[in-house]
Design a binder for this molecule. Structure first.
Ligand code: BES
Ligand code: MN
Ligand code: ZN
Length: 485
């Protein structure tokens, strides 16, 4: 969707919307429209929308209102974003091609107007490349949002924020693509294409290079697939002279479970088991596009987990890159096996001060937190509080979960240094505990289990049903406030 700016009221499109808080409609609203809103019980509450037809210069005009609720309390930016999302959702397939959002007399700051535009753009995104038979009325018609009389400074803020939208959209695209299209090699190719010319440096390791480095845990997962694994590193060096920050993503392009195979029902969801890697890739695109003043490395461990004559078996012992051995009790607990080698590699290669990993790691986190929060596990209270604050600011919510020695001993193995699963209960925690064994002393580390937030079957305020792009805005906000702040 295009976002444009206009100050002139000649040539207004037929559809003009306003975001309003709770209370009376803006001054100058035609009396009959005010009465109509009252009759329809529109009061500017969050989630409410109202439309009036009025006679305009060229015949029919549509005046639309979206409620942002009580703007005097709470997170105004979030409320405005959500209202803009509701407005766009209402008109996405309405036949209208252009929506003007009128900021005149709105009292919004440039930051807040930017939030409106971001909410509008994010809600509009859909991936329709495989829909060849959509009826006209199913096709999205809305192509452009015109910001009318936006507050001074909105346009330059939008230049930054549109980089965020681009990153979120790239993540959603990678997550939405099926596994016959996005597999390790094509994931890398898509990133190379999208990041070309941005200044992001890309390093790709193939199977032989990973074998030479001793990445037995990652390669054990990959060995049952005809799709070759890859390790992808993307570096945005927008600042020199500090230890870098690393974002590490689980990129299981399809997770059948392997020999510990999953049930058929719902297995198609496992195309988005690369959501952590997609979040990392989208974040790198955002950071580069807005030329963030930070040194960030994004690493994606890319494999496919398949059952096969050559697949690893339950009970196999593999040796990870840092020398620790792992008894693979359940081949479906593969994400941690991929991540442990990616984590070891990034620490050896780049010596980051801070690591945040993102992974659709456990079904158990969905049992714990549903789709409203991702689980956060951290060895550092400051990092945890910074990520929590970043998430709250942008609406990518985190909930901190515990780790500690009592959980750690649950993954001891009688034959190897550890096993890849613990007992049934506390499954997200023992998964995090497994990863913690691969973090070097002195490194601040957080693990975000995003299994419940990458994909949601129902539309939300700023996303359609499907891929959410969760995490890109969170990481971008963390970079702004902590690394650039
Ligand atoms: N990718 C899954 C976790 C998952 C489940 C993500 C549902 C999104 C939705 C992961 O690889 C997995 O299979 N985890 C197992 C771990 C178990 C074998 C200890 C799980 O959660 O059941
Ligand atoms: Mn699995
Ligand atoms: Zn998985």
């Amino acid at each position: 969707m295009n976002i444009e700016f206009a100050a002139s009221r000649t040539d207004l499109p037929r559809l003009v919307g306003r975001i309003v808080g709770e209370g009376p409609l803006p001054q100058g609203t035609p009396d009959l429209v005010v009465q109509g809103a009252a009759a329809a019980r529109f009061a500017g509450k969050a989630g409410q929308t109202f439309e009036a037809f009025v006679s305009g210069p060229a015949g029919l005009s549509r005046l639309a209102f979206a409620g942002a609720g009580d703007l005097a309390s709470g997170n105004r930016r979030a409320a405005l974003e959500r209202a803009a999302g509701a407005l766009v959702a209402k008109y996405l397939t309405s036949g209208e091609e252009t929506l003007a959002i009128d900021f005149a007399g709105s009292g919004l700051s440039a930051e807040e107007a930017t939030a409106v535009l971001l909410g509008a753009r994010l809600r509009a995104w859909q991936y329709l490349v495989y829909r060849t038979r959509l009826k006209d009325e199913q096709k999205p018609s809305l192509k452009t949002v015109v910001a009318l009389d936006a507050p001074e400074g909105t346009e330059s803020l939008w230049a930054v924020e549109s980089a965020v939208a681009e990153g979120v959209e790239f993540t959603r695209e990678l997550v939405t693509e099926p596994a016959n299209v996005i597999y390790p090699e094509s994931f890398v190719a898509r990133c190379q294409e999208r990041l070309a010319g941005t200044g992001v440096e890309i390093v790709v390791l193939d199977e032989q290079q990973m074998a030479d480095l001793g990445m037995g845990a990652l390669l054990g997962v990959a060995q049952g697939s005809v799709k070759k694994p890859r390790l992808l590193a993307m570096r945005w060096k927008g600042k020199a002279g500090t230890r870098p920050t690393a974002f590490v993503g689980k990129g299981v392009c399809f997770d059948t479970g392997g020999i510990s195979i999953k049930p058929a029902a719902g297995m198609e969801d496992m195309k988005w088991d690369m959501g952590g890697a997609a979040t990392v890739a989208g974040t790198m695109l955002t950071l580069a596009r807005r030329k963030a003043e930070a040194d960030v490395i994004g690493v994606c461990g890319l494999v496919e987990n398949m059952p096969d004559g050559n697949a690893q078996r339950p009970g196999d012992v593999v040796r990870s890159m840092n020398g620790q051995t792992i008894e693979v009790i359940n081949t479906d607990a593969e994400g941690r096996l991929v991540l442990c080698d990616a984590l070891t590699w990034v620490q050896k290669e780049y010596n980051p001060a801070t690591i945040v990993d993102l992974a659709t790691l456990t079904g158990a986190i969905i049992i714990s937190l549903g789709h409203e929060h991702a689980g956060m596990f951290a060895n550092d209270d400051l990092l945890a509080s910074q990520l929590d604050a970043a998430g709250k600011a942008v609406g990518d919510m985190l909930w901190r979960m515990p780790i500690g020695p009592a959980y750690d001993k649950l993954i001891d193995s009688p034959i190897a240094d550890m096993k890849n699963v613990g007992p049934r209960y506390g499954g997200s925690i023992t998964a995090a505990q497994f990863l913690a064994r691969f973090i070097d002393k002195g490194v601040a580390w957080a693990h975000l289990d995003i299994a419940g937030t990458v994909w949601i079957d129902k539309p939300g305020a700023t996303h359609d049903k499907g891929a959410t792009g969760f995490g890109v805005r969170l990481l971008d906000r963390y970079v702004r406030d902590v690394l650039e702040g």
